[in-house]
Design a protein. Structure first.
Length: 543
């Protein structure tokens, strides 16, 4: 059995997907699919939806592991299944899908499989007489004399020229190297054919050369266009980061309702929409190999790191951290911490405070790694005293952000007078602390903010100012830190100072980032709950 037949039989065994499109200004239309298909605004989507709210390639419906799945392809407006926003979902029977709010309704249902395939045998091409046979019949019908050469006697097998095969005729009349005897008529045909062949060969060489030239020109233009879009993506991303830095600095000075702050946030949203458009045009995310890689890119974008510059090494390391830690010995830790935070109401409050300061709500996972959301936890003793509470503040940093370390700050014990162990006060202080780190120090780089939180901003800061100028890497002051987000990002920092960054800090950043990747779609990674942040998200613009 051929592989093509096998594939057809596999398709026949699948339930069919019926899609009914319901629009307010048009009659409903229906489609039936037995193979994977994509949904979007433009070609190459098999199901096209004409709406400006729909991305060029918005979603896909694929058959994997014995079931149909609906999956978002990093679209701008997301997908909603039965009114609930999802990243991907299994299609068990029927459901109603929207490609963002306000778009046509897509009613998906599963039909019976094609249990039998009609095997249609390929019909052989009709047997037509060759040109010489047709010409001879024409001569006989009109009683015209037939050339003696064409009425040659049969050969040893009894075949005459009139009923000869096409290969025999070609060999006799058009093969210049033929050893068959030839008369004047045959020689004339051979010479004419040779002359025509030479003429057409020159013509085809010119045509092929022209086609090759056009292919090279088109390829060159495509490469140029890709480079241009790449530059636009990077430039737009860093302009957006500069606005984030301005917003962070402004939030530390004025009321968040200030009109200047509102203007900056609208400007940031415009740059974000432009960035998404460029990425969509280039098809960057559509080329990602797996759902896991799409989630890694999305998490990088949420933490304000350039997904266009993310390295293959970092992606591989994140995958390893997910597999070896969060799906291994840390699996129970992740599950239990998320459950505790939801039951105690921590998740909602943490997301609200982070969003209030315009910080990625995914910094929620920083608290998970620090304390498993246990408010009274006490960390090991350090040179700066005991770190305590859900966000593990040391006494001095706690005081700077309004947290009284209490009368038992020097004792590894629970203390009701210690504000660090008041989870609401500590959460607000942690958000303000991250906001301060987000400004000039880290240029809104989410992963550098994590590194600073763990390693200490007094250690990361002096190194940040030397990412461009190779001066004293351990200088205490950082008043001359270059305000340039293009130089101030985690990828660049890791490249220059990776060998000097403690392994603990690298591991810390990877575990928070990896936990946030899982949090985007826990069910994809084998957990039995959905994104814990999704029900509480409100205003943060990068989703």
């Amino acid at each position: 059995m051929s592989s093509q037949s096998t594939n057809l039989e596999r398709q026949a065994a699948r339930p069919r997907v019926r899609v009914r499109i319901e629009q307010t200004d048009a009659e409903p239309s229906e489609f039936m699919f037995i193979d994977n298909f994509r949904i979007g605004r433009e070609v190459p989507c098999e199901l096209r939806i004409d709406s400006c709210l729909v991305s060029r390639v918005h979603a896909e419906v694929v058959f994997e592991e014995g079931a149909w799945w609906v999956r978002d392809l990093e679209s701008t407006n997301g997908i909603y299944l039965d009114g609930q926003k999802v990243q991907q979902v299994r299609l068990d029977d029927q459901a109603t899908l929207q490609l963002g709010r306000g778009t046509p309704l897509l009613h998906l249902s599963l039909g019976p499989s094609l249990v039998r395939l009609e095997k249609v045998a390929a019909k052989p091409p009709p047997a037509h007489p060759n040109v010489f046979q047709r010409w001879r019949l024409h001569q006989l019908e009109h009683h015209a004399p037939v050339s003696p050469e064409l009425r040659s006697p049969p050969d040893a097998s009894g075949t005459t020229v009139a009923d000869a095969s096409l290969s025999q005729v070609i060999d006799r009349y058009f093969d210049a190297n033929s050893k068959q005897s030839a008369g004047e008529h045959t020689m004339m045909i051979r010479k004419a054919y040779a002359a025509a062949k030479k003429k057409h060969t020159r013509k085809y060489v010119l045509i092929i050369a022209g086609v090759l030239f056009l292919l090279v020109a088109v390829s060159g233009y495509a490469v140029y266009q890709k480079i241009l879009f790449g530059q636009l993506i990077k430039e737009t991303f860093y302009l957006k980061k500069e606005i984030d830095v301005e917003i962070a600095e402004l939030r530390s000075q004025v009321d968040p309702s200030d009109s200047q702050l509102a203007r900056l946030e609208k400007k940031r949203q415009r740059y974000n929409e432009r960035y998404e458009g460029y990425v969509d045009e280039l098809g960057l995310r559509r080329r990602l190999k797996s759902q896991e890689e799409r989630l890694i890119h999305r998490t990088a974008r949420i933490f304000n790191e350039s997904e266009y510059e993310i390295s293959a090494t970092f992606i591989r390391t994140v995958k390893d951290t997910i597999r070896l830690y969060w799906q291994g010995k840390g699996r129970g830790r992740f599950r239990d911490a998320i459950k505790l935070a939801e039951e105690k109401g921590y998740t909602k409050y943490i997301v609200e405070r982070l969003e209030y300061y315009n910080l990625p709500p995914e910094f929620f996972y920083l608290a998970l790694l620090e304390s498993d959301f246990i408010p009274n936890i006490v960390g090991p003793k350090t040179d700066y005293g005991y770190a305590k509470g859900m966000w593990q503040f040391i006494p001095e940093t706690g005081r700077q952000y309004g947290l009284d370390p209490g009368v038992r700050a020097d004792i590894a014990a629970k203390d009701n007078t210690d504000d660090r162990q008041d989870w609401k006060k500590a959460t607000d202080a942690a958000a303000r602390y991250l906001l301060d780190i987000q400004g000039t120090l880290t240029q809104a780089s989410g992963l550098l903010m994590m590194a600073s939180y763990n390693w200490g901003e007094h250690r990361v800061g002096p190194r940040l100012e030397n990412l461009r100028t190779p001066r004293d890497a351990f200088k205490a002051e950082f008043k001359n830190v270059p305000e340039d987000p293009r130089e101030r990002n985690y990828w660049r920092f890791l490249e220059v100072y990776g060998d000097r960054m403690p392994h603990e800090t690298k591991d810390y950043v990877l575990k928070i980032f990896s936990a946030a990747v899982i949090g985007q779609d826990p069910q994809y990674f084998g957990f039995d709950f959905k994104n814990p942040l999704e029900p509480h998200l409100d205003r943060y613009p990068i989703r």
